[in-house]
Structures are given as structure tokens and as C-alpha cells.
Design a protein around this ligand. Structure first.
Ligand code: NAD
Ligand code: DAU
Length: 346
């Protein structure tokens, strides 16, 4: 099989590419990525020389380029992760999210429809988010039946792309699969997102910004468990199906940050309570969804997937990775990152 994985130089995409390249030597993996600020080939330095791996730099909003790529590599499947992924950036610049997340997805669907000519053995797997379901109150969980209710420009763009994927299944018979996952954490996570940003700031004795009162709840999943879920769903799901993926692991932001501060104190040899002094409550995110929680019973029952790692253990491993990979962190936090960071928190 020739498989195009889009967004393979990003956080989750790099874990998916690594897993497929290592576990399936019989597949040819084409990593298609524009290398935006979030894309980083250093994420894949350990597998870049493998014979079943190829990197192609390109933009999914460019339909002519996508068509040429399909013509050349004749993919048997697409696993689509490329996206603008950060909610705060979507609030300041929604159009980029419409272009990449909606138009880019439709370009890929069009190419799949054209080159696969109704061959239902060819699969289009769309990687999406739990944010399409909106926000929960104190109780309840998102299931695959929950109605879409996106609030941020990011989640609206992802919801739109999900609808297009389903429409191409229903209208043109394309073999599509969608998964909607909760918050991921782990290595190679860009330090604009809560956990890697906090690790970076604690390490450098900078304020750790917590939005509002830190009462918002997210359901955290180890990124390698997400990559494994994508593997299982890609190989086993029925055409047209949808799966929720989540960790059954809800944390209030402030509790998570306190736990992280304790781990960092220990790892950095600081007195207990030292890092927590950096916690700084800042203006809340506009339209901030209160709580996400995923019910992944369908995935567990149908396909036997369960998360592998306890959160405390995963967070500790994540901290270890960032402390051991100072060069990676310094590289991604130089240049344009400083501009973004200063604009956010000045
Ligand atoms: P990321 O921002 O780390 O990576 C996105 C990748 O897409 C980058 O490598 C970037 O260069 C590439 N890209 C962006 N625009 C492109 C374009 N126009 N053409 C080609 N490549 C482009 O994102 P992530 O956190 O790894 O998320 C990957 C996918 O998973 C996204 O679709 C996201 O919506 C979804 N998702 C993320 C999470 C999470 O917690 N991070 C949870 C659920 C679902
Ligand atoms: O739920 C899945 C989604 O998780 C993915 O679809 C998105 O691509 C991914 O970015 C993530 O979105 P969140 O907005 O939940 O992640 P983020 O790390 O930006 O924020 C996590 C929580 O922490 C959220 O409640 C906002 C809060 N926060 C975030 C930042 C960056 C802070 O309190 N301070 C911060 O500095």
C-alpha cells in the first residue's frame, strides 16, 4: 500500500508516521506536510532514512499540487491530519483555519474521488477532534451520537471538514472513516499548547499562564495511544464509520498544572512548591469551552482498543522528554515563536 499521511511533521502526525513506518515495512509512507510553524522534520529524524518513508513538502490548499501528487504516487489510502490546530490562533486568524482545515480537506477529498474512481478498497481516514461536539457541563460525555455544536473558529472548521468527509461518503460512496479524539499530550508537542508551554515556562522560571480560574476540564490522552487507535481504526473500521478516542482521564487545568509543577520541582531539584509560584491567572480565552470528556466505549468494544498509560506516568515521561531534548525546545521557541508569545502574554 502507498499511504499519504498529511501533517506528518506535526505533533500527532509524527507519531502516526513513525508507527506506520516502523510497524509496516510493506507499506510506502508518504508524509505530505507544508512545514508551517508547527511542522518540524526534526520530529522524524529517527526514521527519515528508512526505505519505506518519503517526505513531500506541499500545501493541501493547492489543488493542482494535490492532483499531481495523487497522479505520481497513486495512493491506496490517505490518513489526513494536516490542520491548523491551535484554538487561540483561530480566534485571532479564523481564515487560515477555513483555508487549511476546510478547503484543504475538500481538495484531498476531490483528488481521492477523481483518482480512486469509486474503488471502495481505497480509504480516506480523517483525523478530527472532540471539540466539534461543543462543551459539556459538570456531567455527561461525548458519544458518537452527540450532535455537533462547535464554538471556536478552530472547532467550526474541523466540524465543517467532518461534514464534508461524511458528505463524500454519502454522495460519492468514498470509503471514509473519521475519528474524534480528546486532548493529546506527549513528546514533540509544540509549546503553544498548555502542557508543553507550561513545561517550557517552568523550566525557564517564566510565568505559567492559566486562563480564567483554571476550572476548565480536558480529557488527556497519551499521543502514542492515539497513534495506536488510528492504526486500529484505519485497518478495521467499516466504511463510513466514526469512532471517538479518549483517555477517560479528566483534569481541571489548575489541578493538572499543580501536578506538573510538583513533577518539575522534583526533576529540577527545586524545593517543593517553588514552581507553583509561577502560576499566573490571566484573561480567559474567548468562548472557552468548560469541559470535554470522551466516551470511547464503541472503540473499546468493537476494536478492543484501550489506553495504555496512566496520566501521572505519561506526564512524567513527557517532562523527561522535554528536559532531555533541550535543543529541540530551543529551536522551536526561537524566532517567530517569541513574537507570538510576546503578543499573547504582554
Ligand atoms: P500540529 O499543529 O502539531 O501539526 C499540524 C501539521 O499540519 C504541521 O506539521 C503543519 O506543518 C501541517 N500543516 C498545516 N497546514 C498545512 C497545509 N496547508 N498543508 C500541508 N500541511 C499543513 O497539529 P496536531 O496537534 O498534531 O494535530 C493533528 C491533527 O489532529 C489535526 O487535524 C487536529 O485537528 C487533530 N487533533 C489534535 C488533537 C490534539 O490534542 N493536538 C486532538 C484531537 C485531534
Ligand atoms: O480536545 C482536542 C483539542 O485539544 C484539539 O483538537 C486541539 O487541536 C488541541 O490544541 C487541544 O485544544 P485545547 O484548546 O483544549 O488545548 P490547549 O492546550 O490550547 O488548552 C488546554 C486547556 O488549557 C484549555 O482549557 C485552555 C487552557 N490554557 C491553554 C493555554 C495555551 C491555559 O489555561 N493556558 C494556556 O496558556
Amino acid at each position: 500500500m502507498n499511504i499519504i499521511i498529511t501533517g506528518g511533521a506535526g505533533f500527532i502526525g509524527s507519531h502516526v508516521v513513525r508507527r506506520f513506518v516502523n510497524n509496516y515495512p510493506q507499506y510506502h509512507i508518504i508524509n505530505l506536510d507544508k512545514l508551517t510553524y508547527a511542522g518540524n522534520l526534526a520530529n522524524l529524524s529517527d526514521i527519515e532514512d528508512q526505505v519505506n518513508y518519503e517526505f513531500v513538502k506541499g500545501d493541501i490548499t493547492d489543488a493542482a499540487f494535490i492532483n499531481e501528487l495523487f497522479e505520481r504516487v497513486k495512493p491506496d489510502a490517505v490518513i489526513h491530519l494536516a490542520a491548523e490546530s491551535h484554538v487561540d490562533r483561530s480566534i485571532s486568524n479564523p481564515l487560515d483555519f477555513v483555508l487549511t482545515n476546510v478547503v484543504g480537506t475538500v481538495n484531498l477529498l476531490n483528488a481521492a474521488r477523481k483518482y480512486w474512481e469509486g474503488d471502495s478498497s481505497k480509504r480516506f481516514y480523517h483525523v478530527s477532534t472532540d471539540e466539534v461536539y461543543g462543551a459539556l457541563g459538570e456531567s455527561g460525555m461525548f458519544t458518537e451520537e452527540t450532535k455537533y455544536d462547535p464554538h471556536s473558529p478552530y472547532s467550526a472548521s474541523k466540524a465543517s471538514s467532518d461534514h464534508f468527509v461524511r458528505a463524500y461518503h454519502d454522495t460519492y460512496g468514498l470509503n471514509t472513516v473519521i475519528s474524534n479524539c480528546s486532548n493529546n499530550y506527549g513528546s514533540h508537542h509544540f509549546p503553544e499548547k498548555l502542557i508543553p508551554l507550561a513545561i517550557h515556562n517552568i523550566k525557564n522560571n517564566k510565568p505559567v499562564p492559566v486562563y480564567g480560574k483554571g476550572e476548565n476540564v480536558r480529557d488527556w490522552l497519551w499521543v502514542e495511544d492515539h497513534a495506536r487507535a488510528i492504526d486500529v481504526i484505519f485497518h478495521q473500521a467499516k466504511a463510513g464509520d466514526t469512532y471517538n478516542i479518549g483517555g477517560h482521564n479528566e483534569w481541571k487545568n489548575i489541578d493538572l498544572i499543580r501536578l506538573l509543577c510538583n513533577i518539575m520541582d522534583r526533576k529540577l531539584g527545586r524545593p517543593a512548591g517553588e514552581s507553583a509560584k509561577l502560576i499566573t491567572f490571566v484573561k480567559d480565552r474567548a468562548g472557552h469551552d468548560l469541559r470535554y470528556a470522551i466516551d470511547s466505549t464503541k472503540l473499546q468494544k468493537d476494536l478492543g482498543w484501550v489506553p495504555s498509560l496512566q496520566f501521572e506516568e505519561g506526564l512524567e515521561k513527557t517532562v523527561d522528554w522535554y528536559l532531555a531534548n533541550e535543543e529541540w525546545l530551543n529551536n522551536v521557541t526561537s524566532g517567530a515563536y517569541q513574537e507570538y508569545y510576546n503578543k499573547q502574554y504582554s
